[in-house]
Design a binder for this molecule. Structure first.
Ligand SMILES: C[S@@+](CC[C@H](N)C(=O)[O-])C[C@H]1O[C@@H](n2cnc3c(N)ncnc32)[C@H](O)[C@@H]1O
Length: 235
């Protein structure tokens, strides 16, 4: 299985259940706040107009818009677009591989945990570069290969292929951007008991097809390893 299989992506994000279920585990998290750091990296360039691709339910787009910035959000899932619009943010259904926007029409763009879902990631990144103005900033967030290592060891077996990680992220971005900086945003999830781990595993089931071993009891400390790429388009 591959995380960029369009059928898997369509089923997983037809509703917000899986995403919301996985996020629930973040109440047990410590360490750096990756979504806040990514939003900060967007706002640091004092943009007037921002594009968010793969906006999901729209939290980041809403937070960026609350700073007085014009925001366009886009997601391939109708339900995610509906949820984002409900927050009062401009949102439309679309594919990052074919952006319905003019060349050089944004100051900054955010792609949070979505490029690994894109069948032709190279084309998606090229599209993001196209719609950014010269000197514009792309903030792209993904997970390092060691993300959730302890949970993977517990569950065992192979996990789906991940086509945009710390293994190749900078290399892909550097083919379309003049400069790429890598920022850590890691920490831990301290699951307090079996029920908490089980809830997380269940909410990931359509992506991983894994069940928690029947004999697992107790607490589990699992590393989170997001990486934030800050890419600058040539001037
Ligand atoms: C893991 S969620 C991340 C949501 C949000 N960015 C966040 O950080 O919470 C991935 C999102 O990307 C969207 N997506 C997947 N492939 C896409 C594509 N080719 N173009 C636009 N959106 C896509 C999915 O529908 C989903 O809402």
């Amino acid at each position: 299985m591959n995380l960029n299989d369009p059928k898997l992506v369509a089923e997983e994000y037809a509703n917000e259940k899986g995403l919301v279920g996985r996020r629930d585990a973040y109440r047990y998290a410590d360490g750096l706040d990756a979504p806040a750091l990514a939003i900060g990296a967007v706002l640091d360039v004092q943009p007037r107009r921002v594009l968010e691709v793969g906006c999901g339910p729209g939290e980041a787009a809403e937070r960026i818009a609350a700073s007085g910035v014009e925001v366009e959000a886009l997601d391939i899932s109708e339900r995610m677009v509906e949820l984002t619009r409900a927050r009062g943010v401009n949102a439309r259904v679309g594919d990052v591989q074919e952006l319905p926007f003019e060349d050089e029409s944004f100051d900054a763009a955010l792609a949070g945990w979505m490029l690994y879902h894109v069948p032709d990631v190279e084309r998606g990144v090229a599209e993001l570069a196209r719609v950014l103005r010269p000197g514009g900033r792309l903030v792209a967030v993904t997970n390092r290969r060691e993300h959730l290592r302890e949970l993977r060891e517990l569950l065992g077996g192979d996990f789906p292929t991940h086509n945009f990680s710390d293994e190749n992220g900078a290399e892909i971005l550097l083919r379309h951007f003049a400069q790429v900086e890598e920022r850590d945003a890691g920490g831990w999830i301290n699951f307090p008991d079996r029920a908490a781990v089980e809830a997380y595993v269940k909410s990931s089931r359509s992506l991983w097809e894994r069940d928690l071993p029947a004999n697992f009891e107790g607490t589990l400390r699992v590393r989170r390893a997001p990486v934030i790429y800050v890419a600058t388009k040539a001037t």
